[in-house]
Design a protein around this ligand. Structure first.
Ligand SMILES: [Zn+2]
Ligand SMILES: [Zn+2]
Length: 320
């Protein structure tokens, strides 16, 4: 399986402002220290080798949208955040190259940041496309139709040309979709949310966002240790720092990087992806949180096998 991140920001899309880019360029020039580069490729090689990610890159600002490639002849996508628009455009390119126009979309929940990309999803207008929308929520179709209503958007749902199918699943149920074995778990979040486990040929990927885990009640988290059990990749809601989750933002429905490491350790997972980044965090803040998470994992690892900690950014690809 190849996991491709089209949107990794939580709650609200964000864009880089001019002063942010200017500060990155200034830091890069200082780091170059007057060095001369023959061409852009040489400068790029220097940047990749010598600069930190917050200086030469950016975590990105599109909201939740993650593709899992490797299913049998269909696109598989988790959530329809603003990253869905770019995925839709890219899927047209792949369909022109022979990929079937079949989409399986899995919804964690119906909050706006997880469905806002749908009105801009080009394949919904393709009469040859089949779009299957999987959800744990019986009101998923209502949510998607409602945001197309005239008061919010000029194109009503009825004008969409693709063949739509809405499938509601129950936690604990195991089903096949697009050549993957799929199951879901109910998560603690306003109006509920669901995490998904995708398995193929002995490999497992977990998509678990907008889920509040509480460190002072780890007994209640046993269900998640089981659900994450032995996973090769766990994409986890790590929106807040530990300080925020135990004080100001307790009961806001999100988790910290610390509890994500604890759960992945307990589940003997191999890799953790930090995901659903707080929109007010600058690239340097997210990078710092990534570093702190790596150090925390090393501190509490004890005799367990190492858990690799990856920080998601728009455009990241991880092979499982
Ligand atoms: Zn969210
Ligand atoms: Zn939410």
């Amino acid at each position: 399986m190849l996991v491709r991140f089209w949107g990794t920001r939580g709650s609200l899309p964000v864009a880089q402002k001019a002063d942010t880019i200017q500060a990155k360029i200034a830091r890069a020039l200082v780091a170059a220290g007057g060095r001369r580069f023959a061409d852009a490729a040489e400068a790029d090689a220097f940047a990749r080798a010598e600069l930190d990610f917050a200086t030469y890159g950016a975590y990105g600002g599109a909201t939740s949208c993650v593709e899992i490639e490797g299913a049998d002849g269909a696109f598989v996508v988790c959530d329809m955040g603003s990253g869905l628009r770019e995925f839709g455009i890219d899927s047209f390119r792949r369909i022109a190259a022979g990929h079937p126009p079949v989409y399986h979309l899995f919804l964690s929940h119906l909050h706006w940041d997880h469905i806002m990309g749908f009105p801009f999803f080009g394949p919904a207008f393709n009469p040859a496309a089949t779009i299957v929308i999987h959800s744990g929520h019986a009101d998923a179709e209502t949510a998607l139709r409602r945001q197309q209503e005239e008061i919010s958007f000029p194109v009503p749902f009825e004008w969409l040309k693709a063949k739509f199918e809405f499938v509601v699943h129950r936690p604990g149920e195991v089903f096949e979709a697009a050549g993957l074995s799929v199951s879901l778990v109910a998560q603690h979040h306003s109006h509920d949310s669901y995490g998904y486990r995708f398995e193929k040929a002995g490999r497992a990927v977990i998509y678990s966002t907008d889920s509040e885990h509480k460190m002072d009640n780890m007994e209640a988290e046993v269900a998640f240790e089981t659900f994450f059990g032995g996973a090769d990749l766990v994409i986890c809601d790590t929106m807040y720092s530990l300080g925020d989750t135990v004080s100001l933002k307790q009961d806001w429905g999100h988790s910290s990087n610390i509890v994500a490491v604890d759960l992945c350790h307990a589940a003997h997972a191999r890799r953790l992806v930090l995901f659903h980044h707080e929109p007010t965090y600058a690239d340097a803040d997210i990078q710092r949180m990534h570093g702190e998470t790596i150090r925390y994992e090393e501190l509490v690892r004890a005799d367990r096998p190492p858990l690799e900690v990856i920080c998601a950014y728009d455009g990241l690809e991880v092979r499982v």
